[in-house]
Design a protein around this ligand. Structure first.
Ligand code: ARG
Length: 497
């Protein structure tokens, strides 16, 4: 349709290579809304007549019902959704009206408009999916305040903790993921329309009017920036990549903890896979794929950054490839969030195994050392004393709690620092159980059970606040698009009467 200068039609292989129709399918309704707002503005600015507007709008409305078959057959003729929609409008409204729709517009401002509309919707959808996961984590955390378990650094027992403390850590990371998306939303929610191909137009367009009809918060002012920048996509993909990395670390923990060696959790059967040959197998495949898809997203982020790197200013067709990438990243992140939420809600927590591991471990050592500190002993001395106790206990396959006074005496025999502390130390060890260890932690944000309760309450409140804020924004956008739809209906009716 655009080949005014070029002779002949596109070779079919070249067309298939150029085409963005596959990924554009999800952009069709944004392209329709954008075209409706643009056409209304053209009429308001005296660039098209009321009747021409009504015919264009009628054609655009009927494009909402284009069937998948029709779209597929158009795919064989046109390069992208913009060409397809314009050709469709011309076929329905005639060249004298439909041929005016692309006045003062180019595919360059159009494609970034569609992308901005899609990404702002995806941000909202993903934010809700993150909040759903956060709520699931909080519900499980509340149940698991007393699910004592060892915490790991270097994958070695580090300190005693609880499963709720672990879940809350991811809750906080996920809140930051929402914050990042929220700040990205403000930069996405600006209209590029009216920039033409790169340099603006000599026709009297009203860019702010189109922006407000489409529920944007303003315009991307500079027409070069508006048509050729994709930093909003890079930001969106980076933010989702960070979310995927959070999910992937969580997936790794859950894979490990569901193994027979850890035995801390069990996945629900519905969310596990099995083996074709080993009848006993229960494989955590969704979590493994989530780890892998985090790598895929990392690769896609590198790809989209690579596309933008060193690209000459202005629109270049390379940017089309970035569109597909951003849509893929968005889908992977959204699907992964849903799966993780289902797993967190339904996994079985094996408290006895967790407690058993905590009781057998030396992860209590730091708590014991801190009790010595409270008695006025220098921390470095306490570290040496408890280190010697652990070495002795380990050598004799005992826990710290198993050590009687005689064993404490032998264990500390060669340490001058023990002074007259043997009795005191042995009394501490008798009470050195994981639960009392946790209740002694008093620092903010620690694994102390009352600290867990406080953190859960605060985060439940925060989640409600986030939802309320997002829904205000969502309603405002819905209202803007509903009044655009009303105007469209009014203009169409005007002609029918
Ligand atoms: N299909 C293109 C894309 O997705 C649309 C813009 C094409 N513009 C152009 N001047 N060739 O990016």
């Amino acid at each position: 349709m655009y080949r005014s200068r070029l002779k002949g039609s596109l070779d079919e292989h070249i067309l298939a290579y150029l085409s963005s129709m596959d990924e554009d399918t999800s952009l069709l309704h944004y392209d329709i809304a954008g075209s409706e707002a643009h056409s209304i503005m053209l009429y308001e600015q005296g660039l098209i007549s009321k009747d021409e507007l009504a015919r264009i709008l009628e054609a655009l409305e009927s494009a909402k019902n284009i069937s998948a078959d029709e779209l597929r057959s158009m795919k064989e003729r046109y390069e992208d959704v913009h060409e397809t929609l314009e050709a469709y409008v011309i076929s329905k409204a005639g060249m004298d009206a439909g041929g005016k729709m692309h006045t003062a517009r180019s595919r360059n401002d159009q494609v970034t408009l569609d992308l901005r509309m899609k990404v702002r919707d995806d941000i909202t959808v993903v934010e809700y999916a993150i909040l759903d996961l956060i709520d699931a984590l909080l519900a499980r955390a509340r149940e698991c305040i007393d699910a004592v378990m060892p915490m790991y650094t270097h994958l070695q027992h580090a300190q005693i903790g609880s499963f709720s403390h672990y879940l809350l850590a991811y809750t906080d990371m996920l809140f930051r993921d929402v914050d990042r998306l929220e700040s990205c939303y403000a930069r996405v929610n600006l209209s590029p329309l009216g920039s033409s191909a790169i340099g603006g137009t000599s026709l009297p367009v009203n860019r702010e009017r189109v922006a407000s009809l489409l529920g944007f918060n303003g315009i991307v002012e500079n027409s070069i920036d508006a048509t050729s920048s994709r930093d909003f996509l890079l930001e969106f993909c980076s933010s989702l990549c960070i979310t995927m990395l959070d999910l992937s670390r969580m997936a790794e923990d859950l894979v490990l903890w569901s193994s027979s060696e850890f035995n801390y959790i069990e996945l629900p059967d519905e969310l596990a896979s099995t083996s074709s040959v080993m009848p006993q197998k229960k494989n955590p495949c969704p979590l493994e794929l989530m780890r892998a898809r985090a790598s895929t997203v990392l690769g896609l982020l590198t790809a989209i950054m690579g596309i933008v790197r060193s690209l000459p200013s202005g629109y270049n067709r390379d940017l089309q490839e970035g569109k597909r990438i951003a849509l893929d990243v968005s889908k992977i992140a959204y699907d992964s969030l849903l799966i993780m939420k289902a797993i967190i809600s339904d996994l079985r927590v094996k408290r006895d195994s967790m407690l058993d591991a905590a009781e057998k471990s030396y992860a209590i050592a730091l708590d014991v050392a801190e009790q010595l500190v409270q008695r006025g002993i220098a921390f470095r001395v306490a570290h040496r004393l408890v280190g010697a106790l652990v070495a002795y206990a380990h050598e004799h396959s005992m826990t710290l709690r198993d050590l009687g006074i005689d064993e404490v005496r032998v264990a500390l025999d060669r340490l001058d620092e023990k002074g007259s502390l043997v009795e005191f130390i042995s009394s501490i060890l008798k009470d050195a159980d994981p639960a009392s260890s946790l209740s002694r932690r008093i620092s903010r944000g620690s694994a102390n059970p009352s600290e867990q309760k406080r953190m859960i309450d605060a985060r439940e409140e925060r989640s409600r606040e986030y939802r309320a804020r997002i829904s205000v924004r969502e309603e405002r956008l819905k209202d803007a698009l509903a009044s655009l739809q009303e105007s469209v209906g009014r203009f169409i009716k005007h002609v029918e009467q």
